[in-house]
Design a protein around this ligand. Structure first.
Ligand code: 13P
Length: 254
């Protein structure tokens, strides 16, 4: 049984006041949904500056807190970086690792992703590991091999037990922020392929790993995506910045 996860990646958005208001609205909205937010896990990933404020708003409720990135070292001379113990201290139980924007703009490689995944697990936290191909890679017919390489390198040295503690997010780069969602069929095909690769690498625990889809998830396409057998949730960008649209996604009806 894979409990669905709906995670909102706020990216570089929201002042403190805006972050508090959005977190409060999401928390209250989830508490109200007698119609069913209980069977799903809801996660908010605000920018570093808003983590403490959002943690305060979420305290005692059912919505979890994630960071958008972390360094793999516990502390040291790494100007501008934030460590896993610091994130844990502020109330984060999860960290997004290897988002395509970090791969694209900050030079994050699969080797860096791997260090961060292993460090996150070691810190007792849960990584949400992002993978996905670019448009050029898909047009060249390389989408499956690209994702397979990202999995093999990004999850290197992970134990089958460690695999059970991670969440994967398939986010095709061509669908992020473009309004061009992968069709439910294309997304399902890739999720099934990812699960097959996991099974080859790790055995039966692959069937228990939650694989989220990300890339222009909106209130009007979430239901069809969530109907797919291997799609276990969504990593939402643009549509998570307003409580109303995010809560509609949380209340998806497969
Ligand atoms: P959009 O929903 O804005 O396409 O962003 C997806 C994403 O990158 C979530 O991590």
């Amino acid at each position: 049984m894979r409990r669905p996860v709906i995670a909102g990646n706020w990216k570089m958005h929201k002042t403190l006041a805006e972050a508090r208001a959005l977190a409060r609205a999401v928390r209250n909205g989830c508490a109200e949904s007698a119609d069913g937010a209980a069977d799903r896990e809801v996660v908010l990933a605000p920018p570093f500056t808003a983590l403490a404020a959002v943690a305060g708003e979420l305290e005692g409720g059912a919505v979890s807190l994630a960071a958008q990135n972390a360094h793999w070292e516990d502390k040291g001379a790494f100007t501008g970086e934030v460590s896993l113990p610091m994130l844990k201290d502020v109330g984060c139980g999860m960290v997004i690792v290897g988002h395509s924007e970090r791969r694209q703009y900050c030079g994050e490689t699969d080797a860096v992703v791997n260090r961060k995944v292993l460090a996150t697990l070691k810190a007792g936290m849960q990584p949400i590991v992002c993978i996905g191909e670019t448009l050029a890679e898909r047009e060249a017919g390389r989408h499956e091999s690209v994702v397979a390489e990202q999995l093999a390198a990004g999850l290197a040295n992970l134990t089958p037990g460690g695999l059970l503690r991670i969440i994967l997010a398939y986010e095709p780069v061509w669908a992020i922020g473009t309004g061009r969602t992968a069709s439910p069929e294309i997304a399902q095909e890739m999720h099934a392929c990812i699960r097959k690769r996991l099974a080859e690498g790790f055995g039966t625990s692959a069937g228990e790993v939650r694989i989220l889809y990300g890339g222009s998830v909106k209130p009007d396409n979430v239901d069809a995506l969530m109907r797919q057998p291997d799609i276990d949730g969504a990593l939402v960008g643009g549509a998570c910045l307003e409580a109303e649209s995010f809560l509609r996604i949380v209340r998806f009806q497969p």
